[in-house]
Design a protein around this ligand. Structure first.
Ligand code: SF4
Length: 484
């Protein structure tokens, strides 16, 4: 049982800490205009979009339409052009186009109750709370992922969803904090108490914070590095179906974890089967390489930085029709994202897998002669007994056969580093758990997802971790911090 925190002193401390940070754009518009229409529009645009992108889009839109009447004169296409590139701009343009008609029910005025606000297009509970508190100064608690996460870290609530947190806070949070708690915890969650590697070492709350479920960042001695080369956060995740994981909040997870590059395996979809939301995540370039067979295999990469080149497959029809390899070339390294074949039941595909592995290594070696290579993905093999819960029972099963493990030996001997094991030699560190037998909760798993870096890039590797707290698939993401 954790000691109960003093919420007054926690929020006071956090308020002091964030007072010089950027004010969220919606609050800013409220301060500048106190116009509920503008706050509503800005709030709709701000969902899943960075503040600076929202601010620019809002300015463009308000120059053309600063009132409901002017908005009603614009077509959806015109609105789309004005608000691009906010996240989900196409959907939001449709919402804004429908807004004047929807507000006729309220005599052309923005209502101030949650149950009325949520009847408007594009307005969910979070937006409604934000509009009610920011535009009207009325009691409402807007709970986004940061508020939900941090309140649980503090043990102030013990809840599973943002909605449950909102309901719990209504009962226990003193009303004087309802208006401000969202802005300060968003700023705090973005700057210090981050979802990955919160900076507990410099946090003013550290002595009192229960840090429930938290893995604080690790401060390491700086390695020899090229001056001014920033750290790139790369993640690799077998999401077991991109459309399936979208329904489990994938886009919120991407925005919250804020990776520079996210490489996905087992997308199980062709681009024309994906929603616009998945294809246009704000701030990312996206690339997809799908299997010919629908609903099977497939890889994708989201990258904040535009690559110099993109290569689809290995250049071998036999493997490329399964959509297993996607390579992004950047100025000083290649990223190869791979979904290795599974040897299958009865090891029916073991030969295919070994032939693929050979071809893959040949491909990596070719790129390596030009610049550093980073390989990531679901390798579908646990290398050593330490990498799975029950090694003795699995020597004849796909993913732990001597042949697959020997290939992994040869691959590492060729000069590639298993980055996770450079930092962590503990047992029971897994990235995949069966959906059966409650395996994840019991940590009966396998480590089959890897980031491997060719030895020329050794000094650029800063950290490698398994993010086993991230849910949504039977695998969890693995992370590499790399100077690039
Ligand atoms: S001590 Fe760590 S977990 Fe607690 S609030 Fe500060 S950064 Fe967050």
């Amino acid at each position: 049982m954790h000691k109960k925190i003093d919420i007054h002193s926690f929020l006071l401390t956090v308020g002091e800490f964030v007072k010089d940070k950027d004010v969220p754009v919606v609050d800013l518009i409220a301060v500048q205009t106190r116009d509920p229409f503008k706050v509503l529009v800005a709030t709709i645009l701000s969902a899943r979009t960075k503040d600076e992108t929202t601010a620019a889009a809002v300015n463009r839109l308000f120059k053309k339409a600063s009132s409901l009447e002017q908005l009603s004169q614009l077509t959806t296409d015109e609105i789309e052009k004005l608000i691009h590139p906010v996240g989900f701009f196409r959907n939001k343009a449709v919402y804004l186009n429908k807004l004047p008609t929807a507000l006729e029910t309220f005599e052309g005025k923005v209502p101030d109750t949650i149950h009325e606000l949520v009847t408007l297009p594009g307005v969910g509970r979070k937006t409604a709370n934000l509009v009610r508190s920011v535009a009207f100064g009325k009691p409402a608690i807007c709970v986004d992922t940061h508020v939900h996460r941090i309140m649980n870290i503090w043990g102030y609530v013990q809840t599973g969803t943002p909605l449950a947190t909102e309901m719990a806070l209504r009962d226990i949070l003193p009303e004087k904090y309802w208006l401000t708690v969202n802005s300060i915890l968003v700023a705090f969650g973005q700057s210090l108490c981050k979802p990955i590697g919160p900076q507990c070492d410099i946090c003013p709350l550290s002595p009192q914070c229960p840090q429930i479920g938290v893995t604080p960042r690790i401060i390491k001695t700086k390695k020899k590095s090229i001056p001014n080369r920033p750290t790139t956060f790369l993640a690799s995740w077998n999401i077991n179906g991109l459309r399936a994981v979208e329904k489990k909040g994938f886009i919120d997870i991407v925005r919250e974890l804020d990776f520079d590059i996210l490489a996905l395996q087992e997308t199980k979809a062709q681009p024309d089967q994906l929603s616009d939301n998945l294809k246009n995540i704000d701030g990312y370039y996206s690339f997809f390489h799908s299997a010919e067979k629908k609903g099977y295999s497939g890889v994708a990469v989201y990258s904040r930085k535009e690559p110099v080149n993109v290569f689809y497959g290995l250049g071998n029809e036999e493997y490329d029709r399964e959509g297993r390899v996607l390579t992004l070339e950047f100025a000083d390294y290649f990223l190869i994202n791979i979904y290795f074949p599974n040897s299958g039941e009865g090891l029916k595909r073991l030969d295919y897998k070994l032939a693929f592995n050979k071809e893959l290594l040949r491909f990596a070696e070719k790129l390596r002669s030009r610049k550093c290579v980073v390989l990531c993905g679901d390798f579908n093999v646990a290398h050593k007994p330490i990498d799975l819960k029950n090694p003795d029972k699995n020597t004849k099963n796909a993913g732990f056969t001597p042949e697959e493990r020997q290939w992994m030996d040869r691959f590492l001997e060729a000069g590639y580093l298993d980055t996770f094991r450079m930092f962590n030699n503990e047992p029971e560190q897994y990235s995949w758990w069966s959906y059966r037998f409650n395996a994840r909760a019991r940590n009966i798993g396998w480590r089959i997802d890897y980031f491997c870096v060719d030895s020329a890039g050794k000094d650029r590797i800063q950290d490698a971790r398994i993010l086993n707290e991230v849910m949504g698939s039977d695998h969890c993401p693995v992370l590499l911090e790399f100077e690039a």
